[in-house]
Design a protein around this ligand. Structure first.
Ligand SMILES: NC(=O)c1ccc[n+]([C@@H]2O[C@H](COP(=O)([O-])OP(=O)(O)OC[C@H]3O[C@@H](n4cnc5c(N)ncnc54)[C@H](O)[C@@H]3O)[C@@H](O)[C@H]2O)c1
Ligand SMILES: O=C(O)C(=O)C[C@@H](O)[C@H](O)[C@H](O)COP(=O)(O)O
Ligand SMILES: [Zn+2]
Length: 382
């Protein structure tokens, strides 16, 4: 397959393109050059991506006569912290970043969120370009301008909306991604189908394994369809006044699980979202809003691909439904402490609800957590 797909995120004067295809990083210099106010970029990347993919980007920039400097943060979610953010900002300032500088985020969602937030606030806002290198970042985090860091109170609680000037999604680099991270990213791909595109979810049921196995046609199709959906939603509701909340399917539960686990790699964001989407569909079924078969279908698809769909792999922790609900009160969608969920009337038919009675949430969580305790004690008996 040659060439690349081109999508537009239509936001008036802040509109930008998403380019999707193979070998795009090797061409990054010529693609980026027309967007630069000065022929110098400051690249933010992480310690894994530095080794694997930074040299190709550096060569491409050299080739186009663009000067560059790289700033490397440790790989992993823990880098989305106040401390790392402050250190990065100081380093960029020391390197002489000015209002005509462009930052380039080369990495996964962690690098994109961190670098994007630095771009949003340094000198009151400078430009940045996203070069996402994980499946999750290519289908989700590089698009839409949500940037930020985590705090002890929860995920992404400090941040800003700041749109990139360009997104370059080079699907070649996905071949070096560890299987666990690939799968975690797949959860956000499936989310796009589940929230508003039933035909896409059906396609994933038939082709999801190809996306994960590295079939380049299936991979590019999945990235394109997910990005197209996200681009449309963002163009219609950039600051999450309404419909953009649907992109949070699975996240009210998911972010609570991540906050409870800490940000040390026990539970990846996409894994938390996978569990969260199953719980959101199960809650919808429990409330009589969707068929139990739909919730089963979600669980079956994700677990067939080996994503977590419940608390089984997290059995070592003492889970408390009330603590999880407490985390949900700090979710950005909550209003006056009232929980907000993305529920569904069926596959591809998500909607926002802030009227779910808390006892219903507690009941579901108690049941699901009870299952792992029951599993554990039956294992002990056998
Ligand atoms: N801003 C948004 O709209 C948005 C959307 C979804 C998720 N997020 C955020 O994104 C983060 C998760 O992103 P992620 O899953 O990309 O995690 P990540 O950035 O931590 O990347 C996962 C791992 O893969 C490594 N890696 C990256 N690219 C690689 C490659 N091509 N080959 C080999 N290794 C590679 C990284 O070093 C890291 O160890 C979370 O913090 C989440 O909250 C943000
Ligand atoms: O782009 C969005 O909008 C999303 O909600 C995408 C989510 O997958 C992503 O995890 C996002 O960072 C969550 O945002 P938050 O506002 O709930 O922190
Ligand atoms: Zn997410």
């Amino acid at each position: 397959m040659s060439g690349h797909d081109r999508l537009l995120v239509g936001l008036g004067e802040r509109s930008y393109e998403i380019l999707i295809g193979e070998g795009l990083i090797a061409k990054a210099g010529e693609l980026i050059a027309p967007l630069l106010a000065s022929p110098r970029v400051l690249i933010v990347t992480d310690s894994q991506v530095e080794k694997l993919h930074l040299p190709i980007l550096q060569r491409a920039l050299d080739h186009a006569g663009i000067r560059h400097e790289a700033f490397v943060v440790p790989a992993g979610e823990a880098s989305k912290s106040f401390e790392r953010f402050a250190q990065l900002c100081e380093e960029l300032l020391r390197a002489g970043v000015d209002r005509h500088s462009t930052l380039v985020a080369l990495g996964g969602g962690v690098v994109g969120d961190l670098c994007g937030f630095a771009a949003a606030v340094l000198l009151r806002g400078i430009e940045f370009i996203q070069i996402p290198t994980t499946l999750l970042a290519q289908v989700d985090s590089s698009v839409g301008g949500k940037t930020g860091i985590n705090t002890a109170m929860g995920k992404n609680l400090v941040g800003a909306f700041h749109q990139p000037k360009l997104v370059l999604a080079d699907t070649t680099v996905l071949s070096t991604l560890p299987q666990r991270d690939l799968l975690a990213g797949y959860a956000e791909v499936a989310k796009c189908g589940l929230l508003g595109d039933a035909a896409f979810f059906t396609w994933l049921e038939g082709h999801g394994h190809l996306v994960l196995e590295g079939d380049s046609k299936a991979r590019r199709e999945a990235v394109r369809r997910a990005c197209a959906m996200k681009a449309d939603v963002v163009a219609a509701d950039e600051k999450e006044g309404g419909q953009r909340k649907l992109l949070n399917l699975g996240h009210t539960f998911g972010h609570a699980l991540e906050a409870e686990c800490g940000y040390d790699g026990d539970l990846l964001h996409g894994e938390a979202v996978a569990i969260g989407m199953v719980l959101a569909f199960e809650l919808s079924a429990q409330l009589g809003l969707c068929a139990a078969d739909d919730a089963d279908r979600v669980r079956r698809h994700l677990s067939a691909l080996d994503l977590p769909t419940g608390f089984e792999r997290l059995a070592a922790r003492a889970w408390d439904p009330k603590r999880l609900i407490e985390h949900m009160r700090h979710d950005k969608k909550a209003r006056d402490g009232r929980l907000t969920f993305i529920l569904a009337h069926g596959i591809g038919e998500a909607f926002v609800s802030d009227t779910v009675p808390e006892p219903e949430v507690e009941h579901l969580l108690t049941e699901r957590i009870g299952e792992i305790i029951a599993d554990d004690s039956s294992a002990l008996l056998t």
